[in-house]
Design a protein around this ligand. Structure first.
Ligand code: CAA
Length: 445
């Protein structure tokens, strides 16, 4: 079977930065440790006044196409995943194609375009769509561009405010990919939940604490489902496990649950038992409360063991490097985690070719998905092309008053203007409104 997977990745961050410890925490009257240690976040990215989900997505896709030497006729699909769309009919992918057509000869008239919605998991679902399209032999030798783009804003003073972020990840999905080959096996954990939703409103209604528990419950189901088709999962089989990362503290909880779950009944649990005993089993307890207390105690002890901490440091921590400095990118978040882990591995000389990543996506509402990806020989050359460190370094750092202004500018319910904080250069920018209420864009040389 021909390999199908991700051939190239590009990341585009919003060009503004809010430092959580230095700027946000004092203004909120909070201890900075709540953000840096508790949530695991140092800063959030925000879009400048001329940036939005279209410009970030188009700028990421443009660099991707330039780098891979592609022209519009090489692309048979443009799929956009977002939960920040501003139009209930016209998809963001048409805007992005329109932007790209400003700078390329030729057009995307024969490319299928769409927009996927299922909270943060729709980026992974768009990858599935591209994968299935190629597998079905409908691609005529062409590749797909999948773009996950979001401006993840919360209402001011919502507990989610500290986890905000903005950016886009563009991925080229092709036959014989240069980065990772996607597995045919997938596991799902999906249920009708009301943990985080936007019923025709820009900012989410969130039951924050419940959303954390729903994430964990659906992820456990997806792991079970994946194991039922792919066979038992052993933690040492996967050098990196990128999770959907609304904030690194969420992944700290998910990784502990996942590890505990997959080592149950294995040699690893036996080795751990010498230190912390075997995992408590529900049948040994009379009430749910007693069982939950015992499992919490076991998990706390597990995360203190050297074996777990070594696994976490090698397998999870590298996937969080970028998220710590940019916040939640919703649909792009798990794809940022994959890129972050691979980037860290390249910088530390880890040899991953032929090894598998276990990728764990999640979307509120709610659904988790788990699949594996085989790293392709030569992956380092592709990952070396990322310029995200430079983008992160070059962001304009906002004062708190500027942050308030920027939040208002991007609030659809406010009429608010602000001067741009950075000067656009060789990029697509928002250029005002058209006669039918459409957004307009232009390329700045
Ligand atoms: N030093 C160190 N740690 C501190 C601290 C300090 N001074 N102060 C607090 N902390 C710790 C807390 O103990 C807590 O850690 P634990 O959860 O491990 O106990 C952590 O910092 C956060 O503190 P709080 O729980 O008090 O924070 P909060 O209630 O204000 O907000 C939240 C947390 C509810 C998750 C909020 O950020 C939120 O609503 N976020 C949006 C929803 C979200 O991201 N949910 C995640 C799952 S849903 C999903 O993944 C989809 C998605 O992308 C949105």
């Amino acid at each position: 079977m021909t390999a199908v997977g991700i051939d190239a990745i590009e990341i585009r961050t919003g060009k503004l930065k809010l430092d959580l410890a230095e700027t946000f925490a004092p203004a909120q009257g909070d201890d900075p440790g709540k953000y840096t240690k508790g949530l695991g976040l140092h800063a959030s990215s925000f879009p400048d006044v001329y940036e939005d989900i279209v410009t970030m997505g188009a700028n990421a896709a443009h660099r991707l196409m330039e780098r891979k030497g592609l022209s519009p006729q090489d692309i048979g699909r443009i799929d956009v995943a977002t939960e920040s769309a501003f139009d209930n009919s016209k998809p963001v992918s048409t805007y992005i194609a329109g932007c790209l057509e400003q700078v390329y000869d030729g057009d995307f008239h024969h490319a299928n375009k769409g927009e996927r919605k299922f909270a943060c998991i729709s980026g992974t679902q768009s990858l599935d769509d591209a994968y299935n399209w190629i597998r079905a032999g409908r691609n005529r030798g062409r590749s797909a561009i999948v773009i996950a783009t979001d401006t993840a804003l919360y209402a001011r003073d919502d507990p989610g405010e500290a986890t905000q972020g903005a950016g886009a990840v563009a991925m080229l999905v092709s036959e014989e990919p240069s980065l990772v080959e996607l597995s045919a096996e997938q596991g799902f954990g999906s249920a009708d939940e009301t943990d985080f939703l936007k019923p025709n409103q820009q900012f989410p209604s969130v039951d924050g604490k419940r959303s954390v528990n729903v994430y964990l419950a659906r992820m456990r189901e997806a792991l079970d489902d994946y194991a039922s088709v792919a066979g038992d999962i052993h933690p040492e089989d996967y050098p990196l496990v990128p999770f959907h990362t609304p904030f690194p503290g969420m992944v700290r909880k998910a990784a502990a649950l996942g590890y505990r779950h997959i080592v149950r009944g294995t040699d690893v649990e036996d080795l751990l038992a010498e230190e912390i005993g075997h995992q408590p089993m529900p049948e040994d307890f009379e009430t749910d409360d007693e069982w939950h207390a015992a499992i919490k105690e076991y998990t706390d002890a597990l995360t203190e063991t050297e074996r777990y901490q070594d696994w976490y440091a090698d397998t999870i921590e590298p996937t969080l490097d970028i998220a710590r400095h940019v916040g939640n990118w919703y649909t792009g978040s798990v794809h940022l985690a994959r890129a972050s882990g691979l980037k860290h591995a390249r910088e530390h000389g880890r040899e991953l070719a032929g090894q598998q990543l276990l990728v764990a996506s999640y979307g509120s509402g709610a659904q988790a998905e788990v699949h594996a990806e085989r790293v392709v020989p030569g992956w380092e050359a592709e990952i070396a092309q990322l310029n995200i460190d430079e983008q992160i370094r070059n962001r304009h750092e906002l004062t708190f008053a500027e942050y308030e202004q920027v939040h208002d500018v991007h609030n659809h319910d406010q009429e608010s203007d602000a001067e741009e904080f950075t000067a656009p250069e060789q990029e697509f920018v928002f250029d005002g409104w058209g006669r039918m209420g459409e957004r307009k864009y232009r390329y700045v040389e």
